[in-house]
Design a protein around this ligand. Structure first.
Ligand code: PLP
Length: 427
């Protein structure tokens, strides 16, 4: 029977009569392998452990890494499904996760339906077809693009590639939290600079990156949760002034909804920038989990060291391929999103609230008071079946965030918001 021993100072297990090593949970039969409370001696070779009544407990105490031991068990976002379980019924309008309620292209749906019967096959681990199509779409080589299980996974891979314990990373206070989640998960040290005028602040990001000798800067353009954006010229200027050896992670999840001059021209010769886009937003495939990163081929090749080569969903990739080919549908979605943004803004104004300008598929609405009031508005909306979210950091947390919806969704919002506001004000 293989031997097991621990190098962490657990208490002796209750079932063991051996008190020789009281601060270590270890069966007496393997205790001689342990030199002291915190060091392993000897290899985990096979040796006999008698059937003492403590063996099972000793063997069921696997050791997390020291980092994992101290990490909080958390999810960057609690899903609407959790709230639905709690309230015992589905939301009437799902307007909180910046999904595209308009759904994917009918051509993507048809392609996925046709592919369903082949789901017994693993997907091509190189995602050759999708990468080739994306490369053509972007006007780059397919060696300069990698696909992943949404931007969220690609952020994780990227952080794993660049960040180890103690490395400095710079982001904005209140920016997309999944990035932070990965940085913390790999032991990086985050510095978060404030938003300026409800926008991420390139100057502050650059300054902090220099001061901290940061390896990564994260910037979403357009940004979530404030829906703001910078024109391409600002981003280009920022790229030109990046500290040496610092990489800009440019998250363009909402790129398709933004004004034409938002995204800088693609320049894959610059190894200091990795850009990420997704099929979750404008292409309406959030549940498919397909995102992509593009940039200098050395950086893109590095993903091969850590990515999950069979992680991509076969059916979703086929859907993404068809969605990408249907740019007419994408144009229609952009128009639908614009109309929806206008309607959300109008509903906000009808209720005396101020919608912020949006370059995304959601509208961030200033509730005119502090974070506690915005939270109350959100809770009253949620209690009445309207799922929305809100920024979590000051001063953005004076707002709620409403994703674009279809007419029936927004009719419900229009009906419920006055009641929610009244209830929030009465608290
Ligand atoms: C800024 C930003 N980046 C990335 C994502 C996640 O993208 P994906 O679904 O591709 O993981 C989101 C989703 O809300 C987002 O707001």
């Amino acid at each position: 029977m293989p031997g097991y021993f621990w190098n962490s100072p657990y208490r002796a297990c209750g079932g063991c009569t051996c008190q020789k090593y009281p601060s270590i949970e270890v069966c007496h039969s393997i205790a001689p392998l342990v030199a002291n409370d915190s060091q392993i001696v000897g290899a985990a070779t096979d040796f006999n452990v008698p059937k003492a009544n403590c063996i099972d407990r000793a063997m069921t105490k696997p050791r997390l890494t020291p980092l994992a031991e101290i990490l909080p068990a958390t999810v960057p976002f609690v899903g609407p499904e959790a709230a639905e379980r709690q309230r015992g019924r589905a939301f009437d309008a799902r307007l909180g996760a910046n999904e595209s309620v308009f759904g994917p292209s009918p051509r993507a749906i048809a392609a996925m339906e046709a592919a369903a019967g082949d789901v017994w096959m693993y997907a091509d681990p190189e995602s050759h077809e999708l990468r080739a199509a994306l490369a053509q779409h972007l006007g780059i080589s397919m060696h300069e693009v990698v696909v992943g299980e949404g931007i969220d996974s690609l952020l994780g891979y990227l952080v794993r590639l660049f960040i180890t314990q103690g490395d400095a990373v710079v982001t904005s206070d209140g920016a997309y939290p999944t990035f932070n989640y990965h940085v913390v998960g790999y032991g990086g040290t985050l510095t978060a600079v404030p938003f300026r005028d409800d926008k991420e602040d390139p100057e502050a990001l650059l300054k902090a990156a220099s001061e901290k000798n940061a390896k990564l800067i994260y910037l979403a353009n357009p940004d979530n949760p404030m829906a703001s954006h910078h024109p391409a010229a600002v981003i280009d200027d920022m790229i030109a002034r990046l500290p040496a050896e610092c990489l800009l992670v440019l998250d363009e999840a909402y790129f398709e909804f933004a004004p034409h001059d938002t995204a800088p021209a693609i320049d894959t010769s610059n190894a200091q920038v990795v850009r990420m886009r997704t099929f979750s937003k404008a292409y309406g495939m959030a549940g498919g989990r397909v995102g992509y990163a593009f940039g200098h081929r050395d950086n893109i090749r590095a993903f091969e060291k850590v990515r999950n080569h069979f992680g991509m969903n076969r059916i979703a990739q086929i859907g993404a391929l068809a969605a990408l080919a249907d740019q007419d549908y994408l144009e229609k979605i952009k128009q639908d999103a614009t109309a929806s943004r206008d309607r959300i803004a109008a509903i906000a104004r009808e209720n005396g609230l101020e919608p912020l300008p949006s370059a995304t598929n959601f509208v961030t609405i200033d509730c005119g008071q502090d974070g506690a009031f915005a939270k109350a508005v959100l809770e009253e909306l949620v209690a009445r079946g309207i799922f929305v979210r809100m920024p979590f950091a000051e001063p953005g947390n004076r707002c709620i965030r409403v994703s674009c919806g279809r007419k029936p969704d927004l009719d419900k919002l229009a009906k419920i918001l006055p009641k929610a506001l009244k209830a929030a004000l009465a608290r």
